[in-house]
Design a protein around this ligand. Structure first.
Ligand SMILES: Cc1cc2nc3c(=O)[nH]c(=O)nc-3n(C[C@H](O)[C@H](O)[C@H](O)COP(=O)(O)O)c2cc1C
Length: 183
């Protein structure tokens, strides 16, 4: 396991104590405009891949289909550490990898599963819209439920807990060798 994977997993466990691991995901649209939003990191695999879930009716999906290079950022305020993860994104959409989609679907809360039955995100609400409140785990995931896999290429950790601050960069193309750089 790469040094940074152990470090990030341990830092999140210390920081969050079971709370959701919220990260900022930045994508770029066809015109070159960057878009950043919070999403929950559902899992960090031993090889460093980050898993999240999303609705394929949201605009990030179209952005990812044109440009799969993203940056994800964690800020851990108690530890005073930032992780910036440059990654290549893969969207797992129906009918691909139904097992993975179902696995992540079942791990969501009833309230989070309900979001995927809400009306189309980003358009004007209609008076006829009915927003589901809770969806049980045994309901199969709808087709708009996607899993996002982020495959890291570079990880940049900035620690503000000391003076001077400490910054370390790991790159996949050097086999995840860590290099200290100036903050
Ligand atoms: C704390 C927090 C967690 C969120 N988690 C997710 C998530 O896991 N997946 C997701 O698609 N959107 C999540 N959202 C909503 C996104 O930030 C965003 O509003 C939505 O996905 C539409 O984004 P887009 O139009 O850029 O695609 C979360 C928002 C907040 C504030």
């Amino acid at each position: 396991m790469a040094e940074w994977v152990n470090e990030l997993r341990a830092a999140l466990a210390r920081e969050l104590e079971g709370a959701p691991a919220v990260m900022i995901l930045a994508t770029v649209d066809a015109g070159g405009t960057a878009h950043a939003r919070c999403i929950v990191c559902r899992r960090i695999e031993a090889d460093g891949r980050l898993l999240a879930v999303m609705d394929d009716r949201t605009s990030k999906i179209a952005q990812l289909s044109r440009n799969r290079r993203v940056e994800a950022v964690f800020w851990l305020p108690k530890t005073r550490v930032q992780y910036r993860i440059t990654a290549d994104a893969t969207v797992v959409a129906f009918p691909a990898d139904e097992q993975l989609r179902r696995e992540l679907w079942r791990e969501l809360s009833d309230a989070s599963r309900a979001l995927f039955f809400w009306p189309t995100p980003g358009i004007a609400p209609s008076p006829d819209d009915a927003d589901a409140q809770a969806v049980a785990a045994d309901v199969p995931p709808p087709r708009n439920f996607n899993v996002l896999i982020l495959d890291p290429r570079q990880v940049d950790r900035l620690a503000l807990d000391t003076h001077p601050h400490r910054r370390r960069v790991w790159r996949q193309d050097t086999n995840w060798m860590g290099v200290d750089v100036n903050p």
